[in-house]
Design a protein around this ligand. Structure first.
Ligand code: ATP
Length: 336
């Protein structure tokens, strides 16, 4: 469905020395520097997949999306979206895709929202009955009718984002590119947006490319993530695989009854001699507020040996086990 191969985009910007002297000098001779916002990136996306395309600020996510939607032409490499080369067939490509840039609305600023959808209906030649069905659904999930008469410029951020998303979905595109569609939104609006994305993918098999800094978007929606860093591809794989490959840190929290915190700390230090030779391995613990929290590497130390040690040595009231969440795993990958 989407094929990206050796994709590179370089931006040229002119270098100006500081001060008035620099400004005058730049009028006579200009020096340029070039930065590779995206460098030799390749991946394939199958029909119906929801991909999380993530990376730190400035990693090159929006630049990639802009090349996949035909807004930018690559410096090198190749993109094919559903049989079309976006930057060569911009108009035809636009009929088959939907795009949301969370930072910037795609809607007409001065028009009432209702009129916007009527115009989009004509542009995309959406049949009447499908239009009715879509608008009914958008009203259910986004509560559009509460702000349908307002002009786009007067909408709040959450209203505007719901309006943008509805506009991108109206013509039932085969591919949806969503660049930070939940940025700055409250949890309720985020939830509505995630529901609409999920519904669309399940109902119509829409392929979705999503960039976000919110890892709960990723956990709720994506089965696969692609990570880029400084323009180059760092990771491409399933969420389960990334958990297996990188999420080896595990945390057990024990609720304890004790008289002396120091005594518990002392007894717990013998864990290093007693289980799986854990001196050599990654095991840390803290004792505070009637809790003992033990962090360890689950590839090195078995959970049963820790449970056995603590349950036999202490007065345990309760316990919980936590694996690393995607946010912590991705943070680890970025920092590495
Ligand atoms: N038109 C442009 N001219 C010059 N440099 C640009 C241009 N657009 C983007 N860049 C640079 O390319 C790099 C990648 O930018 P891009 O917007 O793709 O990052 P991003 O991953 O989407 O970041 P963020 O998460 O902050 O939105 C950055 O260093 C940015 O400054």
């Amino acid at each position: 469905m989407i094929e990206v191969s050796g994709l590179t985009k370089s931006f040229k910007s002119f270098k100006k020395e500081k001060g008035i002297k620099g400004t005058l000098k730049s009028l006579v001779s200009r020096e340029y520097t070039s930065i590779d916002a995206v460098k030799d990136v390749s991946f394939n996306i199958k029909r119906g997949e929801i991909i999380g395309y993530i990376g730190a600020n400035g990693a090159g996510k929006s630049t990639t999306i802009k090349m996949m939607t035909g807004i930018l032409t690559p410096t090198e490499g190749y993109v094919n979206v559903d049989g079309r080369i976006p930057y060569e067939e911009r108009t035809e490509n636009a009929r088959h895709i939907g795009v949301v840039f969370g930072q910037k609305t795609q809607l007409w600023w001065d028009l009432p929202l209702g009129e916007t959808y009527s115009i989009l209906k004509e542009i995309y030649e959406v049949p009447d009955d499908f239009y009715e069905e879509q608008m009914k659904y958008f009203d259910q999930v986004f509560e559009l009718s509460t702000f349908m008469d307002k002009t786009v410029r007067t909408l709040s951020l959450g209203q505007r984002m719901r309006a943008d998303l509805a506009a991108s979905m109206l013509h039932n595109p085969q591919v949806l590119f969503l660049d930070e569609p939940t940025i700055g939104l409250d949890v309720v609006v985020k939830e509505r947006i995630r529901k609409a994305i999920k519904d669309m993918n399940e109902k119509y098999g829409t392929t979705i490319v999503l960039t976000t800094h919110d890892m709960s978007d990723i956990e709720e929606l994506c089965h696969r993530i692609i990570i880029i860093d400084k323009g180059t591809l760092l990771y491409d794989g399933g969420i389960d695989k990334i958990r297996k490959d990188y999420g080896f840190e595990r945390k057990i929290t024990f609720d304890l009854r004790y008289d002396s915190e120091d005594e518990v700390k002392e007894s717990l230090s013998s864990i290093y001699q007693n289980i799986d030779n854990s001196t050599q391995k990654n095991l840390r613990f803290i004792v505070q507020d009637n809790q003992a929290i033990i962090n360890f590497n689950r590839n090195e130390i078995s959970i049963s040996s820790i449970m056995n040690f603590v349950l036999h040595g202490f007065n345990v009231l309760d316990f919980s086990v936590q694996d690393m969440d995607i946010e912590a795993i991705v943070k680890q990958i970025y920092t590495k």
